[in-house]
Ligand binder design. Structure first.
Ligand code: GLY
Length: 306
């Protein structure tokens, strides 16, 4: 059996440990386990990296404890607007969507755009129309909002001291045929301006995959990650400098450090199956499983095994 592996993240952020309740932390660990298992089973049975990353991200989108799909942050106007992208490293095909509403799984919309649309990237109402035409699952506004996201939005608009959340979810995988894929999905930054788009749907920004190099999904400050084109930077460091995925992610974290200050987190897997989970934050919800080895899931950066 050839090497196969999946890596996932549920967002990287710098936060005071007191801000994460034991209940939320336990729920996030459970969500990461389930997402990892959903993607891993596909790879284990010989399925594609593309199917695996979509399946893993769908689990995280359906889990209200992560900022994507249900549980997405609310923008300044108190609305959900979601971004996602997916990329197939075997052929460089990709699909992306931004500021979409009502679509239960934006990552599946991104994949449908990749497979059924002459364009790569659809936005807002156009993306929703395309989703309706192609039978994507639709949910009412109240499905996406939770008590927590509404409360956090209130704190932002009441200008209480609060660091806005900007988590993301993502997955990268290598399948038994040697194909790589990457997927990223987010509700963006809490209290962001209506129409603001982060790095997650931007190919080369928050997501990139190419079989000859690696697959990457980013999390953190979208503006910084986009300006550094950091997913593509990691791809290029592996391809042209011959670095492994962990080496490339560590180098990308330091790229133009003065100009690109902010929270950053990267997951990546290279063509040789080296997995990377790198961040400059104290929290990165993350996990990986390589072949039939035991899965690893962690929240705090100082947890062992990376
Ligand atoms: N990294 C997610 C965002 O900035 O929207």
């Amino acid at each position: 059996m050839k090497k196969y592996a999946i890596v996932i993240h549920g967002g990287a952020v710098t936060m005071d440990p007191s801000e994460l309740s034991p209940e939320t932390e336990a729920a996030q660990r459970e969500g990461l386990q389930q997402a990892l298992q959903a993607g891993w089973e596909i790879l284990h049975q010989g399925g594609s990296a593309l199917d695996a990353v979509e399946a893993a991200v769908r689990v995280l989108e359906d889990d209200e404890h992560f900022n994507a799909g249900r549980g997405s942050s609310l923008n300044l106007q108190g609305e959900v607007q979601m971004d996602a992208s997916i990329m197939d490293g075997s052929n460089l095909k990709a699909g992306a969507v931004d500021t979409v509403r009502y679509v239960k799984n934006p990552i599946s919309l991104a994949r449908t755009i990749m497979e059924k649309c002459p364009h790569v990237y659809l936005s807002a109402d156009g993306a929703l129309e395309f989703a309706l035409q192609h039978g994507l699952e639709i949910e009412a506004v109240h499905y996406f909002e939770t008590e927590k996201t509404r409360q956090e939005w209130l704190e932002i608009v009441q200008e209480q001291e609060k660091v806005p959340q900007k988590d993301t979810v993502g997955a990268v995988a290598l399948d038994q045929d040697g194909n790589l894929a990457a997927a990223t999905s987010t509700g963006g930054i809490e209290g962001q301006l209506k129409g603001r788009v982060g790095d997650s749907p931007v190919l080369g920004g928050g997501t990139y995959a190419a079989n000859e190099s690696c697959a990457v999904s980013c999390t953190g400050d979208g503006e910084v990650i986009m300006r550094g084109a950091l997913a593509h930077e990691i791809y290029a460091l592996v391809k042209y400098k011959g670095l492994s995925a962990p080496e490339a992610c560590r180098e990308a974290l330091e790229l133009r450090a003065e100009d690109l200050k902010g929270d950053k987190g990267f997951i990546a897997i290279d063509k040789d199956g080296n997995v990377a989970l790198e961040t400059n934050c104290n929290v990165m919800r993350r996990g990986y499983r390589i072949g039939e080895e035991e899965p690893f899931v962690a929240i705090w950066t100082d947890e062992a095994a990376d």
